[in-house]
Design a protein around this ligand. Structure first.
Ligand SMILES: [Fe+2]
Length: 693
């Protein structure tokens, strides 16, 4: 990725007077009112990367302080001559301007160069609506966004304030007639999902990774990103869409074509050949930029995490946090700790415009920000030298001491608690990050990865050795558990298991939500397929697959590996077997009194697939989104006399409102006595030691 400041790139407008007044032309009062409507945008020509310099793929991100800063980003097929943003609080008079920086990268497979622009607007007023337009500065006729009129966005409110945000992951591209091509995982729902964000009109949207699956269309990665950008623009030009890196944001390329040797993974299994692109410092030779993140980092400008620029060995852009009202949002790249690989993998040699990618080539980013520590006695893993986990611990520690922060919400892609029959749960995330979520009372964890909906009960601490090996998975590869019992999965422990309860105090336990139903064509809403349904504490509990081996796919030659172990999903509170698509809306009520209660209400909307017919297919009717469930989360505000998070010691022994394992499952593979013994041993919070400072 190349980043050029206005003063250094050849098309810059550095030195330009930036306080000129810009009067909108040709927009009478009626037309202007229409231009402010959320759905009105000029039509975009989908297709190949195209020509010209007109702004497109417009999307917003929060700046460092969402009450006063917003980043407006866009792309153009070729470099714009004098790109600029005009903005102001009056739609008729855009009195301020912002000159963007330009970021570029060249796709390692197609050789196509991508041009993006990022204008950082600062000094804005809180809770204020700004109008803007974008010009490429071309003469004699400038390309603009919107083609006529203005777009608008609203800054975050200051202090403890009420607001609404939405979230989903795994969006994909819409395909024809909404996009240029039916790419891998294209589905019409990806179009209507964007419309649904606008219908809910949140302050901002959280996009939980696996944005468009460009990596599954390896010779057309930039074109897929363009279709994604044009689709998302219908909402992301009006309000920030805050992303995180999923496994499909890791892309292959062949720009630095050298062969790797062999290496051993954490299980002591030797990985040979080109597939040994491994963590801990090896440069991913076949990746699209360092760690395969070039496209993602070029297209998004998120709040700085202070670890330094990627060009200098830092990880700015890969994970971040921002604050809205009394809520701290922490966006993580779970590739860094997950055991599953990215899926950027070729089992057989693949010819590309830039050369041949050898068979077995993959990118595995576990521990790419540094090696995690030596596992603790209880099989959790301390931060060690992993920069992201150190940053997470520090960020959480600071948040816990801040009496103006009530809620801590984590966004990441891969899943620690999922019982889908696709990816399932990942032990790597459980071992490295769940102890921190426990210690600092993270309220919600919003994920994607499995294309479905699942809500956990509040969980705190672990039950040990509750897994059973899945027979047949990885046979002959060294990754076979073969029905082994007592496998360590760090089974999350629910603090309540009553399925009729719809209100939870998240200071008692963290709720994990799988929101992977953005819009892809691959529904994952079947659950429990890797193991048996068991009876636990008098209730029927389905199985959850758990990935307990690191980097299994290199040997198994399958994307992302497959779960090798199952455990009773005692933590699973709600699944959606009816519909795979959906969007979550969260409404924050900050409360009115110091030390009182603040509430956060989840409404999850689900939708059926959008079905089209004909050749070429006609636009299908929009699917109807309906409320699947409404859940209220509460917690004590942090500004009371005895704040439950700030200033207190880590929670050590939570009181279980409804102990779930007092009666062992008769069908538990390891037998009742062992099950009970495990429950007693694990009825404490696993600590992670002293977090780094
Ligand atoms: Fe994923």
């Amino acid at each position: 990725m190349t980043e050029l400041t206005p003063s250094s790139h050849p098309h810059s407008v550095g030195g330009r007077v930036i306080s000129r007044r810009v009067f909108l032309k040709g927009t009478g009062g009626i037309a202007l009112a229409g231009a402010l409507a959320p759905f009105l945008f000029e039509s975009q020509a989908y297709g190949a990367l195209g020509t010209g310099t007109s702004p497109e793929q417009v999307h917003l991100q929060w700046g460092a302080d969402p009450t006063s800063s917003v980043v407006i980003s866009w792309a153009s097929p070729t470099a714009g001559p004098n790109p600029i943003v005009n903005y102001g609080t009056s739609a008729l008079l855009l009195t301020s301007t912002s000159v963007p920086i330009m970021k570029t990268y060249t796709d390692g497979i197609s050789g196509e160069q991508v041009f993006t622009y990022h204008a950082s607007l600062s000094g804005l007023n809180p809770d204020t609506t700004y109008s803007y337009n974008i010009s490429d500065g071309a003469t004699p006729v400038a390309g603009t966004f919107p083609a006529s009129g203005v777009s608008s966005f609203t800054t975050a409110p200051s202090g403890r304030s009420a607001f609404v945000f939405t979230s989903f992951g795994d969006l994909g591209t819409p395909g024809p007639p909404f996009g240029a091509t039916k790419w891998g995982e294209s589905q019409y729902n990806a179009y209507y999902a964007v419309s649904q964000v606008e219908a809910l009109a949140p302050l901002f949207h959280l996009m939980n990774g696996d944005l468009c699956y460009a990596d599954k269309n390896q010779t057309s990665q930039a074109e897929v990103w363009r279709d994604f950008g044009l689709n998302v623009q219908r909402s992301a030009a009006n309000r920030p869409w805050m992303p995180c890196i999923g496994n499909h944001e890791i892309e292959l390329g062949v720009t630095q074509y050298t062969l790797m040797g062999s290496a051993s993974n954490e299980n002591g299994i030797t990985l040979t050949g080109n597939g040994a692109v491994y963590s801990g410092g090896s440069y991913p030779q076949f990746a699209n930029g360092k760690y395969g993140q070039a496209s993602y980092l070029t297209r998004f400008t998120v709040p700085d995490n202070g670890t330094g620029a990627p060009s200098g060995g830092g990880f700015s852009g890969s994970f971040y946090s921002f604050r809205i009202g009394s809520v701290l949002f922490i966006s993580l790249d779970a590739n860094d700790v997950a055991y599953q690989d990215s899926g950027a993998f070729t089992a057989t040699a693949q010819a590309t415009p830039s050369g041949t990618i050898p068979a077995g080539t993959g990118v595995y980013n576990r521990q790419y920000t540094g090696l995690l520590g030596t596992p603790n006695e209880d099989n959790t893993i301390p931060p060690g030298n992993n920069v992201q986990t150190q940053w997470l611990a520090n960020t959480l520690e600071n948040a816990a001491a801040d009496t103006t922060i009530d809620w801590i919400i984590v966004q990441m892609h891969q899943t620690a608690l999922s019982s889908s029959t696709d990816n399932g749960s990942d032990l790597g995330i459980r071992a490295a990050w769940l102890p921190l979520f426990d210690q600092y009372q993270v309220d919600l964890v919003l994920c994607g990865h499995d294309h479905d909906y699942e809500r956990s009960f509040p969980v705190r601490g672990f039950n040990h050795n509750q897994g059973t090996g899945i027979t047949g998975t990885g046979t002959g590869t060294g990754f076979e558990r073969s029905g082994q019992t007592g496998v360590e999965t760090l089974q999350p422990n629910p603090v309540i298991t009553d399925p009729t309860v719809t209100q939870f105090d998240t200071s008692k336990g963290t709720v994990h939500l799988i929101l992977g139903g953005g819009g892809t064509n691959k529904p994952d809403n079947t659950y429990g397929g890797y193991g048996s349904t068991t009876t636990v504490d008098g209730r029927s509990v389905h199985a959850a697959g758990v990935n307990t081996y690191t980097n299994p796919k290199i040997v198994a030659a399958a994307n992302k590996g497959l779960p090798d172990t199952w455990e009773p999903a005692i933590w699973s509170a709600k699944t959606d077997t009816a519909d795979a698509y959906g969007i979550a809306s969260f409404s924050v009520d900050p409360g009115t009194t110091a030390g009182g209660t603040t509430t956060l209400t989840l409404q999850y909307y689900h939708a059926p697939p959008a079905i089209a017919s004909g050749t070429p297919p006609a636009a299908p009717p929009p699917p109807t989104y309906s409320v699947l469930e409404t859940i209220t989360f509460t917690r004590p505000r942090s500004d009371g006399a005895s704040p439950v998070r700030a200033g207190g010691p880590p929670v050590e022994t939570p009181e279980f409102a409804n102990p779930v394992l007092a009666v062992a499952a008769a069908s538990a593979a390891a037998g009742g006595a062992l099950y009970l013994a495990s429950r007693v041993r694990s009825a404490r919070l696993v600590r992670v030691g002293t977090p780094p400072r």
